[in-house]
Design a protein around this ligand. Sequence first.
Ligand code: 13P
Ligand code: SF4
Length: 304
Amino acid sequence: MNNATLIKEIKHLKKDRKAIILAHYYQPPEVQDIADVVGDSYKLSVTASQTDAKTIVFCGVHFMAETAKILSPEKTVLLPAADAGCPMADTITHEQLKTYKQENPERKVICYVNSTASVKALSDVCVTSSNFERVIDHFKNDPLLYVPDKNLGSYVRRAYNLDMEVWPGFCCIHNNLTLKDVDAMRKAYPDAALIVHPEAPLSVIDEADYVGGTSGLINFAKESNHAHYIVGTEKGLLHQMKKEAPDKRFTVLSEDLKCRNMKKTDLQTVYEALRDNTHEIEVEESIMKDAKKAIDLMMELSRQ
Ligand code: 13P
Ligand code: SF4
């Protein structure tokens, strides 16, 4: 089937199945364009918790669909690309965190949403790139452990002067950014603003004009008066940036900023998921209950 036919079929099936399609900003442009809601990890979680659709087709990676299932356990949650994982989420296991907690019972665990449900289940609270200020503010006087992203963790620890240990995990896409990339782009585009996701190394963050999660980066580009932005995050975000700020120019900080897992979804896999009800996400009951507590607390603190 060609793309036009696939889009028509997806729209039909979506209506029949009373489904909603959610897509992360890093998804391929054609997937973002057929979604009902495009957003960052936090916005997509909130949407999943509030929708009255019967089926959620989650165009993103596994931890995102898993979070949607935890927030809407009575719904069918489908991940079109069955093997779309997040290598960062896999840098810590349930057993490793359990051992750490036994050895450090005084430390509260702050868990980046880019983690498995079984790691969330052992955590006190979850956090995303868009709400860490509000969540951390609530825990700032406690001894803490942040899992699993060492870059976001180090950035937050320094910004708030926290007693916080940081797990040595990282995103293999953002962590590859270097000062060499920054220097080359600054030289090529001296008038552009450098905007960077906090999963980048601190050395790169320190050079940025703005640091924020995916929705923060879009909002900054829309609201600030620079004409050109060098964007230090996964290149899928540029699609939405160009849509929301069509009169501005965007250049990716490095051509290597491409998350292979985010690009596993395409129109064909979305169509097949809706047609065959494939790749349904299930989460074990006991894990679901504990993970939900950590996600619910994040949501509550984010609203304050
Ligand atoms: P956001 O929460 O900023 O959308 O980030 C998700 C992600 O996977 C970043 O690599
Ligand atoms: Fe995971 Fe990095 Fe891909 Fe985000 S960009 S989904 S953190 S591997």
